[in-house]
Design a protein around this ligand. Sequence first.
Ligand code: FAQ
Length: 311
Amino acid sequence: MTGPERFQSILDEDGKIEPKDWMPDGYRKTLIRQIAQHAHSEVIGMQPEGNWIARAPSLHRKAILMAKVQDEAGHGLYLYSAAETLGVSRDELVDLLHRGKHKYSSIFNYPTLSWADIGAIGWLVDGAAITNQVMLTRCSYGPYSRAMVRICKEESFHQRQGYEILLTLVNGTAEQKAMAQDALDRWWWPALMMFGPHDADSTHSEQSTAWNIKRMSNDALRQQFVDMTVPQAQYLGLEIPDPDLSWNADTSHWDSGPIDWDEFWRVVKGDGPMNRERLEHKRKAWDDGAWVREAAEAYAAKHADQPRRVA
Ligand code: FAQ
């Protein structure tokens, strides 16, 4: 069997492509693009929540939030490692992000204005991320699909901790409940945008589906998220900020109003409320950490001839 024949037969049998297998250039390229974008999102995604670590309302909340933000860093590292199996280095990918040549998820370009936003991120942003990533555990590229299994487990915990923050707030004072509603008002539409453009406007969906990278379409995943989240909002006693939201008895789905795609593309192209700050902060953190990388390299060079100590 030739390389291309074997590649196709693995896809036909719903198997996994592994790093040393032959793969089309386009397959490699689209995976590097998507996995890198995903890794960058996890890392940039630490910033909106990191903003509240020092202001968490109790030691208990602070410890949970620190653990969550550290989990996101870990997700970034698994994903950069998965991308490296395709023949790029993490340094190259990070450099492309720092030079504004790589995208990351639009959602992280919105500010976190109140503690309730931490609840909304866990509930809605992690909720949307899981919806998308459970599908990706079935992606045809082995290292990516396996990274997704572990990430999804951690994201489920994140989603629950966010929901629990909001549950506490809605059962608190009228002011706290209003804070929770305000967070939902600001995060609902950006969360729906996380799934990407409508299927008809999606550049990569058709090919990525043929390659078993994407197993469900952007719109199908968005619908799944809406159907899952509406009852959760009802349980919280909060109102989803969509006047067109209505139950469709014919399809057994919730119908939603139109998404503001102008806003989405503005944010994707770098003109969202926090794009500049996010990238600037990321670059500064990288520069500030230069001494750590230099020290690690100097240490490795000095001890290169010594056998590695096994812990
Ligand atoms: N933001 O043709 P499609 C998280 C771009 S992780 C920015 O449909 P595709 C965890 C897209 O790249 C969240 N750009 O693209 C966490 C393409 O542009 P390109 C991240 C977007 O790839 C929680 C163009 O639009 N998750 O939240 C967005 O087939 C809490 C056309 O779009 C992932 O990355 C967007 N929202 O489908 C962390 C999951 N949507 O590249 C901290 C993996 C689309 O041609 C705190 N990625 N674009 O220049 C995916 O599943 C896919 O890449 C999609 C987009 C579904 C995002």
